[in-house]
Design a protein. Sequence first.
Length: 610
Amino acid sequence: MRLSRLVPVLAAGALLAATTSPALAQTDPEQAVVEGVGTTTGALTLLGLDAGDLLSLDLLSDAGSANIDEDLGPRRAAAQIAALALESPAAGVSQVLPLLSVESTGAPDERSQAVTPIDNPVVSGAIAPLQLSALVDEAGATSLLSAGLADVDVLSGILTLAGTTLDLGSTALVGDAAGSRGIDLDALTVLDLEALLATLGIPLTDLPLDTLLGLLDGLGLLGQLEGLLAPLGLDIDGLSVDAIVDLVDGLVGELDVVLGQLGQVDALVDEITSLEDLQAALQADSGSCDTLADLDDLLGGGDTLTELCSNVTGTLASITSQLTTLTAQLDALPDPTELTALVDDLLDQVRGALEAPLDLLSGQALLSLEGLDVTVLTKATDDVATSVADVTGTLGSLQVGELPVLGTLDLTAPTADLNGLLAQAEGLVGGILGEISPALADLVSIRTLQETTSVEEVAGSVVSSAAFSGLEVEVLPILGELTGVLAGLGGTDSLGAVLEGLDLPLPTSGAPEVLELNALLAPITGGLPLLGSLEEGLGLQVATLSQQSTFTPVAAQAPATPAAPAAPTAPAPVLPRTGSDDGLLLALAGAAVLAALGGRHLVRRSGSDA
C-alpha cells in the first residue's frame, strides 16, 4: 500500500461533516436547538498482542475527549496517541513510538509526525504521518486525530497488515455532543502457519511428507503443487495426497536403485584397480624369475627357486582370471557417467518434490481478512429521540488459507450469523492443525465480531454509547501437551530426515524473528519456545473502538449539583504519559471504553437478532 494513501486530512470540516451526516442530524431541521453542556470521550486500539508477562504490543492506541461541562472539569479538548507500545522485559525490548498529545482550553493546539519506520525484533513496518488538533472556542470543544500504518509484520507473520487509516474526532458543542471513530483496514493476515509452529518449537521439516500434504489440502493449496512439479518433469495422475506420496516414494526407490548401481561400479573399479596394480607387480616378479632360472641352470641350483617362481606364475594367472570376470561385470553395468547424470536428475526431482510443499506453506496464513471498514458514531442531544448511537461498516472477506468463509458482509448482520461464520473458520483451522497432532486441533479460538449501542437518559442527561470489537484470535495454552507433541515429530520419516539421508541441505526457516525471540526468551522460559511457556496462551485483537457522548440541557442542570453521566464500571485505559496533564483526557476516555467493552470482551450487541 502506498504511504501517500495514508496521509491524513485534518480539517475541521471533516468532523463537521461526520457530526452533521444523516445518521447524526437532528430529525427536525427547523427545531430550535436546545442549548446545554456536554462531553464526548473515545478510545481505540487498532491491533493488540498479549503474551502475558513475556510480550505485549499495541499499535495505534488513542484516547480523545471534548468537554464543555464545567461540573466535570474545565472546558477542554484533548487527544493522545501511542502509535506503537511494545513491552518485552524478558527480551530486553521496550519501545513507544511515537507518542503525541494535544490539549486546548482556548488556543488551538496542533501536532504532527512524519512517516516513522518500525524496526525491532518483534515488529516491522511504518507509521504513516500522524496529525492531532484540539480547539476550544465559543462554539464548544473539538479534538481531531488522523493516523495510519503500512506494511506491518509482527513476528514473521503472526500478524501482518498491508495498511490502514484512522480518522477520529470528538466534539462538545452548545447544541449537542458527538463523535466519530473510523477504521479503514486493508489486507490483514493472522497466524502464519510456519510462524505459529515456530512459537511451539515445531519446524516444518520435522513433519512427514504426508502431513505436509495434508496441511496443503486443508488450506486449499494442494492443487497448486501441479504447477511446481510440472517443470521438474513430474506428472501426477490424479492430484491427491496419496498420489504425491506414491510419486515421491517411486522417485526415492528409483534413486536407491541407481545409487546402488553406481556404488557397484565404484566398488568394481576400485577392485579392478587394486588387482591391476598387483598384476603389474607380479608380472615384474615373473620376469625376474625367468632371469634367475637361467642363472640357476648354470650354477646347478636346487628346486627352491623353481618352486617360488611357479607360485608367482600361478598367482598371476589367478589375478588375470579375476580381472577378466570383474571387467565383464563392470561392462554389464550402465556407464558411470550416465549413472551420475541420472542420480543428479533424480536428486533434483526428489528435492523439488519434497521442497514444493514447504514453498507453498511458507508465508501462508491460517486466517486472512480482506478489508474492514468500520465507524462508531455517537451523538447526544437534549432528547433521546434525536440522539444517535450507531456502528456501521463492512467486512470485505474472510478466508482460511485459500478457502473462503464469507464474502462482503455488512457488520450490522445478526450476531448469530457472524458467530456461525467464525465458528466455521475456527473449525477449518482446527482441522488443519489437527493434521499435525490431535492435541493441536483446539489450539486456536476465533472470537466473534461484536458491537454494542445504547441511547438512554441518565439523571437528566442523554448518554449515547457505541462500541465495536473486531476480530479476536486466541492461541490457547498447551503447556502439558507440548512435550508429547514434540516427541512424536522429527522421526526418520520426517522431511528433514529424508533430505539429510539423501545428503541434501535443509531449507532455511521462514520465521527467523520467532526463532530469534525464542532464543532471547530461553533463559526465562527454561529453553521452551514462546507458546510452550505461556500459561494463558497468546491473544490477538483487531479493531477495538468505543465512544460515548453525554449532553445535559441547561434547563436540566440543578443550580448546585448538576447531574453527571453514568460512571464507568471499570478503570480507564492508560496510555504512556508525555509529561502534560492528561488526567481528564484519560478519565473521560475510560467512560467510553469500558462502559461498552466490559473488560476485554464485548457483550453481544443489544437489540440485534440472535
